[in-house]
Design a protein around this ligand. Structure first.
Ligand code: PTJ
Length: 246
């Protein structure tokens, strides 16, 4: 339906994926609205990956590789847009995959688990009774986590997140990596590493970078993480939006 030569074909295809995910009970209606907000920022960024995002992707890949117990937290939008890359990233980095929803229903949890399994996931945490632990100080449904996953993780990757959980995870001493096109969001500011870019561009880049860095010694990877300054990166991303994404 969408012609390949349409100037905004990629953006329209992404919308189609989300609408398809909505029809299959993976994406919630509010997820379509959240994507619209993301699109507005993406438009201001020129719908392309900035140098700042590249550097955040590199730091995120390094952190995932040196973490002892990393977990990739998956919501409806992330599952609809990049289930394949989430599974690939988990395979390369040894991270676990956990479903964690703001608008939690067991039907959606199962639909998302099935979508991840369809793309090769062998284990999906956080579904049904398995989400039996609670994140302290969090009142949303996102507080329900898997005792084998997010509860005991040292690093949590939380694409398209709400600020409350990022702050709560940070208070629990976990390192948080997020993807958010809005550099002003509470999530973006509270995370250790924020990738200000569209998730559909981030995930393939993250898979590629993690493959390239895998096998490097821990000291080199730790240095990449330590040299990354999230606040500075966010300020530069904002400056890039202000100046018309040059
Ligand atoms: O599947 P559920 O039930 O867990 O619900 C998921 C949503 C996304 C509905 C829920 O987490 C939510 O309401 O999120 P927020 O608080 O609206 O935050 C979403 C953030 O992600 C916003 O700051 C958007 O700018 C940003 N965003 C949206 N789409 C993208 C994005 N960032 C990167 N890539 C995108 N494609």
């Amino acid at each position: 339906m969408i012609p390949d030569d349409h100037p905004r074909a990629a953006s329209l295809m992404t919308r189609e994926k989300l609408v398809d995910g909505f029809k299959r009970n993976i994406v919630v209606a509010e997820g379509l609205i959240a994507h619209g907000r993301g699109e507005a920022f993406d438009y201001l960024l020129g719908e392309k990956t900035t140098e700042m995002a590249e550097s955040a992707v590199r730091a995120a890949a390094a952190l995932l590789l040196i973490s002892k117990n990393a977990v990739l937290s998956v919501n409806g939008n992330a599952a609809a847009l990049c289930a394949k890359e989430i599974v690939e990233l988990a395979d390369i980095t040894g991270a676990k995959i956990e479903v964690n929803l703001f608008y939690r229903t067991e039907e959606r949890e199962r639909a998302i688990k099935a979508e991840l399994e369809r793309h090769g996931a062998r284990q999906v945490l956080g579904v049904g009774e398995k989400a039996s632990a609670r994140i302290p100080e969090l009142s949303s449904e996102r507080r329900r986590v898997d005792p084998e996953g997010i509860l005991v993780a040292d690093t949590v990757f939380v694409p398209l997140e709400d600020g409350d959980r990022t702050e709560a995870l940070a208070k629990m001493g976990k390192s948080v990596i997020t993807v958010d096109l809005n550099p002003l969001s509470r999530t973006a500011r509270a995370a250790n590493i924020t990738i200000v870019d569209n998730l559909v561009r981030v995930m393939p880049a993250l898979v590629q970078k993690a493959s390239a860095l895998k096998g490097k010694d821990e000291k080199t990877l730790r240095q990449i993480v330590e040299l990354f300054d999230n606040e500075e990166n966010l300020d530069q991303s904002l400056a890039s939006i202000r100046s018309g994404a040059k």
